[in-house]
Design a protein around this ligand. Structure first.
Ligand code: CO
Length: 208
C-alpha cells in the first residue's frame, strides 16, 4: 500500500461525512459519550468499528496482542478506569477471534523473546483449563477453544478491577465475551454466565 493513499482516502471520507451532515466534525468535537468499551486484538483483520457497524463516538477502543487484560499493564488498567469510571460506559466487551496469531504462538514451544511474558498470560489460561483442552483431540478445535477460554479469562480480569466492581454496585454495567470468526465474518456472543462466575470469583477478588 502506498502510504500517501491514506491521505486521499481521508479527504474522501471527510467529504462523505460532510455530505450527510455539514456540522459532522463540529458536533464530533463537542464531547464523547460512548456506551461500549471494546477490548480486542490488534490483528489487522479484526477491526473494531467496521465489524460492529458503529460510528466515531460510539465505542471506546483498546486493542493489543490477543486482547489481554493484564493487571500489570498500566495501559489496560488506565483504559478500564477511564471508560468505566469517567465515561461511564454501560458495556465492557472483550472480543477475541479465531485464527489469532497471539493465541497460536502461546500454544507452541518457542522462545519468542520480548513476547514471552505477554504470551505467558495466555499459557496461564491454558494451564487453568488444561483438563478441558487436553480432552480435545483436533488441534484446530483445541485452538478455537483456547481463544474462547482466553476471552472468558480476560472478562474475569475485567471484573477483578476496582472500577468495574464499583460500577456493578452503583449502576448497570455488563461485561460481554465475544469471538469474531474471520472465516465467516460473524460475531459470536459466548454468552458467558457471569452471575455464576461473579459468585465464584468475588469470594476471592472482592475489593469493596
Ligand atoms: Co489476534
Amino acid at each position: 500500500m502506498d502510504i500517501r493513499q491514506i491521505f486521499s482516502n481521508n479527504k474522501k471520507w471527510i467529504a462523505e461525512k460532510l455530505k450527510t451532515d455539514r456540522d459532522y466534525f463540529e458536533k464530533l468535537c463537542l464531547d464523547q459519550n460512548p456506551d461500549i468499551l471494546y477490548i480486542g486484538c490488534s490483528d489487522s483483520r479484526v477491526t473494531a468499528e467496521e465489524l460492529m457497524g458503529v460510528q466515531p463516538g460510539d465505542v471506546f477502543v483498546f486493542r493489543n496482542i490477543a486482547n489481554m487484560v493484564s493487571n500489570t499493564d498500566l495501559s489496560a488498567m488506565s483504559v478500564i478506569n477511564y471508560a468505566v469510571s469517567h465515561l461511564k460506559v454501560r458495556h465492557v466487551v472483550v472480543c477475541g477471534h479465531y485464527h489469532c496469531g497471539g493465541v497460536k504462538a502461546a500454544m507452541q514451544q518457542a522462545d519468542l523473546g520480548l513476547l514471552n511474558p505477554w504470551l505467558r498470560n495466555i499459557r496461564d489460561v491454558y494451564r487453568l483449563h488444561k483438563n478441558t483442552l487436553n480432552q480435545i483431540r483436533d488441534e484446530e478445535e483445541k485452538y478455537k477453544k483456547l481463544v474462547e477460554l482466553n476471552v472468558q479469562e480476560q472478562c474475569i480480569n475485567v471484573v477483578k478491577t476496582p472500577d468495574v466492581q464499583k460500577a456493578f454496585k452503583e449502576r448497570s454495567l455488563k461485561v460481554h465475551g465475544w469471538v469474531f470468526d474471520i472465516q465467516t465474518g460473524k460475531l459470536k456472543d459466548l454468552e458467558i454466565d457471569f452471575d455464576k462466575i461473579l459468585k465464584d470469583i468475588m469470594e476471592i477478588y472482592r475489593l469493596e
